[in-house]
Design a protein around this ligand. Structure first.
Ligand code: APR
Length: 173
């Protein structure tokens, strides 16, 4: 019997979450950026970037492909790990929904492998990468509901503004 994780919505800052895993909306370079990426590196401190650099010097020499996930230390954050994933840039010409779903699914799979019980996600790709919030929320919630995630028992979507929170709440149904 695959237990379904509880889905929790939080209106707040993902770097303030005390979950085992905090998921970063990274880019393929893994060398930082703005938004969630900037906040995680700023608050998590240099240990995170140092480990990202080691990954780039090792098996991720060409960067982290879109839809994949990799874990590092969480540095000074309350979490035990940061799982970095790269969402797709939204495109009107090409349907990249599967890549966005993959980012959530691979991050959950990796968190479960690490033994995490609680995971905090941002709304991946809905900022700089331009994904419409309602579609992003639909894909995020559907993917988590379909994933076999044990031992993960709580998946927390941390929404930065009220509009995003309301959109996710509507998608939860
Ligand atoms: N906590 C929670 N959510 C946040 C935070 C925060 N501290 N900061 C921003 N957000 C929200 C944004 O409002 C947006 O809804 O996270 C969502 C994702 O936005 P981005 O961080 O811009 O991520 P994304 O759209 O996936 O673009 C990734 O942006 O920062 C760069 O290096 C990153 O190149 C990569 C790209």
């Amino acid at each position: 019997m695959t237990t379904r994780p509880e889905i929790v919505l939080v209106h707040g800052d993902i770097t303030a979450q005390d979950t085992d895993v905090i998921v970063n909306a990274a880019n393929s370079s893994l060398l930082g950026g703005g938004g969630v990426d900037g906040a995680i590196h700023r608050r998590g401190g240099p240990a995170i970037l140092a480990e990202c650099r080691r990954l780039r010097a090792g098996h991720l020499g060409r960067g982290l492909p879109t839809g994949r996930a990799v874990a590092t230390t969480a540095g000074d954050l309350a979490a035990r790990w940061v799982v970095h994933t790269v969402g797709p840039v939204h495109s009107r010409e090409e349907d990249r929904s599967d890549l966005l779903a993959s980012g959530y699914r691979e991050s959950l799979r990796l968190a479960a492998e690490l033994g995490a019980e609680t995971v905090a996600f941002p709304a991946i790709s809905t900022g700089v990468y331009g994904w419409p919030m309602d579609d992003g929320a639909r894909i995020a919630i559907r993917t988590v509901r379909e994933a076999a995630t044990a031992p993960v028992r709580e998946v927390r979507f941390v929404l930065f503004d009220r509009a995003a929170y309301e959109t996710f709440a509507a998608a939860l149904g």
